[in-house]
Design a binder for this molecule. Structure first.
Ligand code: HPA
Length: 294
């Protein structure tokens, strides 16, 4: 006879395993649905952040699929995130771009937040470019700057790897050194240089949101080593690294973080700055694609 505590542990483990397998099955089905709509193998997965979605308009011979058409794909709820998967050729690369992502603060389960990454994996994609909007913590930054993400801080992030590990997908305890690939970062730096673009580099801290941080939280994050803060990206990056994909992250500093300057923070400002930076951002990403080596 099992004690109540032992029985509970078995239940928790089973729920974890079932969830993980369900997610993987759903992702495989979604990938199959997408594969039937294209006649090429996408090489790079792209996730477009708040207000940065118009880059997807530059993808040639594009096949655009609404998320709500893809079996198992979650739907988006935030203004500035339209929810389409766009597949085609982008400056010499075959890409699958998510225009609109799923944030934990929207109420999605963490497995839904990273669902697109798992679909990318089943589509045979080996590397991803993630983009986002963030608040600048480093006082040398200003709104409109672009920052190559060198590393992240995610103590406050729910892990998408929680539960029984899917060994066929990745290790139980994945290494997180070189999470933001050194060679890809070098390519991003070189691309900015070729365009004579000023580029920053720094550590991105994840917060769950949806509220912006307090000034005290920003002071704490600065002490921890963060240069920018945002409410996305880290769950997707963890899921991508778990399955062995290479990651490049580029963040658009849309505002200075709470307590830096006197302004209060709002989503309209984030979308406005992202919009104003979009041309520069698109130029950089296009150059990165041209220079990208697998
Ligand atoms: N904090 C958190 N997320 C953000 C910010 C911010 O200041 N700006 C854009 N996304």
């Amino acid at each position: 006879m099992l004690k109540k505590q032992e029985w509970c542990i078995i239940c928790i483990k089973n729920v974890g395993a079932r969830k993980m397998n369900e997610t993987m099955n759903k992702a495989a089905i979604a990938a199959e649905y997408i594969r039937n709509k294209i006649d090429f193998q996408p090489e790079i997965g792209i996730i477009l952040g708040s207000g940065l979605g118009s880059l997807a308009d530059k993808i040639n011979d594009a096949v655009a699929i609404d998320y709500n058409e893809i079996p198992g794909f979650p739907h988006t709820t935030v203004e500035g995130h339209t929810g389409k998967l766009i597949l085609g050729s982008f400056f010499g690369r075959l890409v699958a771009a998510m225009k609109g992502r799923f944030h934990y603060y929207e109420g999605y389960d963490i497995n839904q937040v990273v669902f697109g990454i798992r679909v990318f994996k089943f589509l045979g994609i080996g590397s991803i470019l993630v983009t986002n909007a963030s608040g600048g913590i480093n006082e040398n930054f200003k709104p409109g700057d672009l920052m190559i993400i060198s590393d992240h801080i995610s103590f406050f992030s729910p892990s998408p790897l929680r539960g029984i590990n899917e060994e066929s997908y990745g290790k139980r305890f994945p290494d997180m050194c070189n999470t933001y690939d050194k060679d890809l970062r070098e390519i991003a730096r070189k691309s900015a240089e070729e365009l004579s673009l000023d580029i920053k580099e720094g550590v991105y801290a994840f917060t769950q949101g949806p509220m912006y941080e307090t000034p005290a939280e920003i002071r704490a994050l600065r002490i921890l080593g963060a240069d920018a803060v945002g409410m996305s990206t880290v769950p997707e990056v963890i899921a991508a690294r778990h399955s062995g994909m290479k990651v490049l992250g580029v963040s658009c500093i849309t505002n200075m973080a709470a307590g830096i300057g006197n302004n209060s923070l709002n989503h309209e400002e984030v979308i406005k700055t992202a919009g104003e930076t979009e041309q520069k951002f698109t130029m950089l990403v296009s150059k990165i694609m041209e220079n990208w080596k697998m």
